[in-house]
Design a protein around this ligand. Structure first.
Ligand code: TXA
Ligand code: MG
Length: 346
């Protein structure tokens, strides 16, 4: 298949290309679309055949449900049942933005989209090009992250081309993803609401609006065999570069010292910018300043991806603490490491 590349940096002046991408979606095709979190692999969420092709293109297990993307909270009532007032309050506070809500699904949403569940994940993305494409398509757009299943998510159109060229009808290049980690997922079907995935919307900000929030155990620890996490996707090995990763937690100075003591010539190192010069003999990828978690979130997937074109035999990673966007960065690194974590004393 010939994958058509659209370069759409903004809405104004690119209306024709936006219509063209939307029309591929409306006719059952697959389009890689930019969002503020990561690139999504979009298809009409109401079209079972189109949705089936998402699973095929990604190599994704059919039991791992998709997020549907809508242009505004006004669409909630059409696709979700028994929507609580809290959903509207949270949407009012945070949409459009990097937050996905789990709600009861109406039967109009095919089971193939929800992975057989009676709930559905809904998000209203903040990227203006994504909103324009979804609004022009006129249907909710199912979009998992655009990576091949198991690989780090795509934060640029070139990542999507790497994973999806020839497998889908179109890719829209809307620039690098501003947030860089996927949306925060909040399950509103339970009381108190439950965090299923830390992401681009910091938990502290959510709690200010939602009040008490539980944290699903799959967020912070490895899932035991046979146990089904509430977000099915959290069960799968994820984000992993080819070389095994060890995440080192503790203060930045101490984690750097630990890594320095343990690295060899063929090791790769993921470190904060301030520590890069400690590793002149290693392949180093900088995560961003130790003091800039937004930069770390933007870079984390690109950094993990970059090692796949190197010969490193192992990777050590510094990582941030759990506050703010650090929770999402830490979680992605821990998942990339299969929860292989070394804690150095504080
Ligand atoms: O930022 C994002 O959320 C990106 C962009 C493209 O919007 N999308 C994304 O989709 O990360 P995906 O498919 O890579 O991750 C969705 C996660 C999976 O872990 C899936 O299991 C979970 O959401 N999920 C989807 N529907 C669910 C449901 N009804 N109940 C619980 N978890 C659900
Ligand atoms: Mg994903």
């Amino acid at each position: 298949m010939n994958t058509k590349l659209f370069v759409i940096p903004q809405v104004k002046g690119y209306e024709e290309d936006i219509q063209a991408a939307a029309s591929i979606l409306r006719s059952g095709g697959l389009v890689g679309i930019p969002t503020e979190t990561v690139y999504g692999l979009g298809a009409d969420a109401l079209n079972e055949d189109a949705v089936r092709r998402i699973y095929e293109a990604k190599g994704r297990p059919s039991t791992n449900p998709l997020i549907i993307h809508v242009p505004s909270a006004d669409w909630l009532d059409t696709y979700c049942a028994d929507v609580p007032q809290l959903a509207y309050d949270v949407a009012e506070a945070f949409w459009p933005g990097p937050l996905t809500l789990i709600l009861k699904a109406k039967p109009i949403i095919p089971k193939r989209t929800t992975g057989g569940l009676d709930t559905v994940a809904v998000r209203c993305p903040a990227h203006p090009v994504a909103s324009a494409i979804i609004a022009a398509a006129g249907v909710p757009i199912a979009a998992p992250s655009a990576n091949t299943s198991g690989r780090p998510s795509c934060t640029s159109a070139s990542h999507v081309i790497e994973d999806m060229d020839g497998r889908i009808e179109g890719i829209v290049d809307g620039g690098d993803s501003e947030v860089g980690v996927e949306s925060t997922i909040l399950d509103l079907t339970s009381n108190p609401p439950c965090l299923l995935r830390p992401g681009g919307m910091p938990l502290e900000e959510l709690i200010e609006v939602v009040g008490e929030v539980d944290i699903d155990s799959a967020v912070t620890s490895e899932i035991k065999p046979g146990v089904q996490p509430r977000a099915p996707g959290m069960a799968f090995r994820h984000y992993a570069p080819k070389a095994p990763v060890t995440v080192v937690t503790g203060s930045a100075d101490q984690t750097a010292a630990y890594i320095l003591k343990n690295v060899g010539k063929t090791s790769g190192v993921i470190c904060f910018d301030e520590y890069a010069e400690l590793f002149p003999h290693q392949t180093v990828e900088c995560l961003g300043s130790a003091f800039n978690k937004a930069a770390q979130a933007r870079r984390v997937f690109g950094v993990l991806r970059a090692f796949d074109s190197t010969d490193v035999t192992e990777i050590y990673a510094q990582c941030p603490d759990r506050s703010g966007l650090g929770f999402a960065v830490l979680n992605r690194l821990q998942k990339a490491a299969g929860f292989h974590i070394v804690e150095v004393a504080k």
